[in-house]
Design a protein around this ligand. Structure first.
Ligand SMILES: *Cc1c(COP(=O)(O)O)cnc(C)c1O
Length: 393
C-alpha cells in the first residue's frame, strides 16, 4: 500500500526517551549536568577542547561572530549556496557578507575565489560543509592562516564527517553544529559551538546566558562593586538567552551515544541511492572522494545541465503528488528577496551556485529509510524525469 515518505525523520529510541524522563524527574531543567555531558561529547567528537551548547545553530553562529569581535565595517567571506542562517549571522553583528562562488564538484566555496575576495576589511571566512561534505575545508583553513584571519566553520550539516581523518568542527578557529530535527542528530532545537580557544569559549558561555559572569571569573569572586548579590543578576557584557535546556541536552546525550550507529545507517541509505541512480544519465550524484568520510545530512541529486529550473520544479511537484518528500536544497542566498532588496544582487552574480541550485533535488533521507522505499523514490524520480523528456519532443 502506498504511504507517505517524508524528506527526513529523526532517529529517536528508548534511550533518548529515558534520558529525557530522568531529567524531568530530577527537577533540574536548565544549566545542569546533562548540558555539560553533551558539551563534552560533541567537543571530543570534533577533536576540540571546549563545547558550548546553545539554543540553535543560528544562535551559535551569532555568538561565534560576536565572540570574535566581528562588527560594523568588517567583511566576512561566505558561500551563497547554503541555508540562510550562515549568512544572516554576519548581518546580526552588523558586518557585511561577501559571497564567493562555489566549486561545482564539492558545492563548497572555491578556494581560489576566496583568496581573490580578501580585502583589508576581511575579518573572517565563514565556510559551510554543504550537505555534510568536508571537501576543501583544509584549503580554507590554510588561506585563513596565511592572511591571519579567522576561519569560522559552519558545520551545522556535517557532524561526524571527516577529511583525511580530521573531523568536522576542527578546521576553524571556531565551529558551530546545529541539531534541528533534520540534521544527523537532533535535540529538537539546539546547537553547539566548538573551539580550542578558551577565551572565546568563555565569552560565548557568558553571552548565551545574558552576559552573566562565569563561576570562575573575577566578578563572581563577589567584587564589592559588582551589582546583584552573587552572579545571577550581574551582567558583564551584552548577552542573550541562547541557553539549551537540560531536556534538549538529554536528547543530545542519547543521540551522541548512538552517533556511530546513526551515521552508519545514513551511509547505507546513501549507498542504496548510489546503486539505484548511478546509471541514470539525467542525474549528477554527490561526489565522494577517498580522502573523506561523509556523514550525509541530505542526499541531493541534481539534474544534468540541459534541464531548466521549471523542469526541476515540476519533477519535485510530481514527486510530492505521489507523497514523496523532495526539496529544492538550496535556493541561492543572494537571490532571496531580502538579500536582493538590501544588497541589489541579481541573477548571474554567482553563476555556478545558481546553475547548481536550480537543478538540485533533495530526496527523502533518514536512517530508517528501507530499500523498498528507496526503490519507490528512485522509480518515481525516473518516471517524473522521463515525463519532462517526452514534453521536450
Ligand atoms: C541547519 C543549519 C544551520 C542552523 O540551523 P538552526 O535551525 O538554527 O539550528 C546553520 N547553517 C546551516 C548551513 C544549516 O544547514
Amino acid at each position: 500500500m502506498p504511504h507517505e515518505i517524508p524528506l527526513s525523520r529523526p532517529d529517536i529510541t528508548d534511550l533518548e526517551i529515558e534520558l529525557v524522563t530522568s531529567v524531568m524527574r530530577s527537577g533540574r531543567l536548565s544549566i545542569g549536568p546533562m548540558l555539560e555531558q553533551f558539551e563534552q561529547m560533541v567537543a571530543a567528537r570534533s577533536d576540540r577542547l571546549y563545547g558550548v551548547g546553545v539554543s540553535s545553530g543560528t544562535s551559535g553562529l551569532h555568538l561565534a561572530l560576536a565572540g570574535l569581535g566581528i562588527g560594523p565595517g568588517d567583511e566576512v567571506i561566505t558561500t551563497p549556496f547554503s541555508f540562510i542562517a550562515s549568512s544572516n549571522c554576519i548581518l546580526y553583528v552588523g558586518a557585511k557578507p561577501v559571497f564567493v562562488d562555489i566549486c561545482p564538484r564539492s558545492l563548497n566555496m572555491d578556494p581560489a575565489k576566496i583568496e581573490a575576495a580578501i580585502t583589508p576589511r576581511t575579518k573572517a571566512i565563514l565556510a559551510v560543509e554543504a550537505f555534510g561534505n568536508p571537501a576543501r575545508m583544509n584549503e580554507c583553513a590554510a588561506i585563513a592562516a596565511r592572511h591571519e584571519i579567522s576561519l569560522i566553520e559552519d558545520c551545522c550539516e556535517a557532524l561526524g564527517c571527516s577529511l583525511n581523518g580530521q573531523p568536522a568542527g576542527s578546521f576553524g578557529r571556531v565551529g558551530v553544529f546545529g541539531f534541528y530535527p533534520n540534521k544527523q542528530i537532533t535535540t529538537g532545537e539546539g546547537g553547539m559551538i566548538v573551539t580550542n580557544d578558551r577565551r572565546l569559549a568563555d565569552l560565548c558561555r557568558s553571552m548565551r546566558n545574558q552576559g552573566r559572569p562565569l563561576p570562575t571569573s573575577a566578578a563572581s569572586a563577589s567584587a564589592p562593586s559588582s551589582p546583584g548579590i552573587g552572579t545571577w543578576l550581574c551582567h558583564e557584557r551584552l548577552g542573550y538567552n541562547y541557553r539549551l535546556t537540560e531536556i534538549a541536552a538529554a536528547i543530545g546525550v542519547g543521540q551522541m551515544r548512538r552517533l556511530d550507529e546513526i551515521i552508519q545507517k545514513r551511509q547505507s541509505v546513501a549507498r542504496l541511492y548510489f546503486d539505484r541512480l548511478m546509471d541514470n544519465h539525467d542525474l549528477i550524484l554527490p561526489t565522494c572522494e577517498g580522502a573523506f568520510t561523509q556523514s550525509w545530512f541530505v542526499f541531493v541529486a541534481r539534474l544534468a545541465s540541459a534541464y531548466t529550473r521549471e523542469e526541476r520544479d515540476r519533477i519535485i511537484q510530481g514527486m510530492r503528488r505521489h507523497e514523496i518528500g523532495a526539496g529544492d536544497y538550496f535556493p541561492c542566498i543572494h537571490l532571496q528577496p531580502f538579500y536582493r532588496d538590501r544588497f541589489g544582487y541579481a541573477p548571474g552574480d554567482f553563476p555556478i551556485a545558481e546553475s547548481v541550485s536550480q537543478r538540485t533535488i533533495a530526496l527523502p533521507f533518514f536512517g530508517s529509510l528501507g530499500a523498498g522505499d528507496v526503490d519507490l523514490v528512485c522509480q518515481t524520480l525516473a518516471h517524473m524525469i522521463s515525463r519532462e523528456n517526452i514534453k521536450q519532443r
